[in-house]
Write a protein that binds this ligand. Structure first.
Ligand SMILES: [Zn+2]
Length: 205
C-alpha cells in the first residue's frame, strides 16, 4: 500500500504491544489519525523521542489495512516546555483532550489545528504559573467553542436574532449600544435590552 506524508501535532500516545506506541496525530489537511510507532518504547528507537505528546512533527507513514504506521518522523517543534512543567503539562493535556473530543477521525479542521498550534506556542512561552496558564486556557476554550459553533453569539442579538448591522434602524439614538448578556449567551440588541427582564437576570451589567 502507498506511503503518505503528514505534518501534525501529537495529541496523545498510548502503549501498544510490547514495545510499540500508538500515536494520535492532528494534521490540518488530513484531520485526526492514528498510527503505530513500531518499537518506539525501545531505548534506542529513532521514533521514541519525536513521538511524544504535543510534538509538532513531519511524518512519513505507511498505510495499513486497519492501522497505519510511522516510517519516519522529523521534529519541527518538540514543545518540550509543555512536558517539563506540571502546570503546562496539565494545561496542554486538557487542550489536547478537548481537541481530540471535537475533531473526528479523518475530518480535517485546519482552523482547529491552527488554534491548537498557536495555543501550544503561547503556552510554551508564558510564565509557568497558574495565572498566565489559566488565561491561555480560557482564551483557547472560547475560541474552540466558537470554531465548533458553540461560542457566544457576537454578530446578532442572542435573544431575538436581529443582526448587528440592522440595529441602527431599530432604535434611533441607541444605535451601536452593545450589551453582553451571559444569560442570553451573547450580545443583545437595544430593544431586548430595554425589554423587561425575567427572573432578575438582566442584560445590563
Ligand atoms: Zn434582540
Amino acid at each position: 500500500m502507498a506511503n503518505y506524508k503528514a505534518t501534525g501535532l501529537i495529541l496523545k500516545t498510548r502503549d501498544f504491544g510490547e514495545s510499540d506506541r500508538i500515536v494520535t496525530i492532528l494534521d490540518p489537511d488530513l484531520g485526526k489519525l492514528e498510527a503505530v510507532a513500531r518499537g518506539a518504547r525501545r531505548t534506542r528507537s529513532r521514533l521514541g523521542g519525536p513521538c511524544q505528546p504535543f510534538s509538532h512533527n513531519q511524518f512519513l507513514l505507511w498505510q495499513g489495512r486497519s492501522l497505519d504506521g510511522i516510517i519516519q518522523c522529523e521534529v519541527l517543534d518538540s514543545f518540550a516546555p509543555l512536558r517539563d512543567d506540571l502546570f503546562k503539562l496539565a494545561a496542554a493535556s486538557y487542550i489536547a483532550e478537548l481537541v481530540d473530543e471535537v475533531v473526528r477521525e479523518k475530518d480535517p479542521s485546519p482552523e482547529v489545528f491552527g488554534l491548537t498550534l498557536g495555543t501550544f506556542r503561547w503556552l510554551a512561552e508564558v510564565d509557568a504559573a497558574p495565572g498566565p496558564v489559566t488565561h491561555v486556557l480560557r482564551a483557547f476554550e472560547v475560541r474552540l467553542l466558537t470554531l465548533v459553533g458553540l461560542g457566544p453569539s457576537l454578530d446578532s442579538c442572542a435573544t431575538c436574532g436581529v443582526p448587528v448591522e440592522s440595529w441602527a434602524d431599530q432604535r434611533a439614538g441607541q444605535a451601536g449600544t452593545l450589551a453582553f448578556s451571559a444569560a442570553a449567551g451573547g450580545i443583545v440588541c437595544p430593544a431586548c435590552r430595554a425589554a423587561p427582564v425575567q427572573d432578575g437576570e438582566g442584560a445590563d451589567p
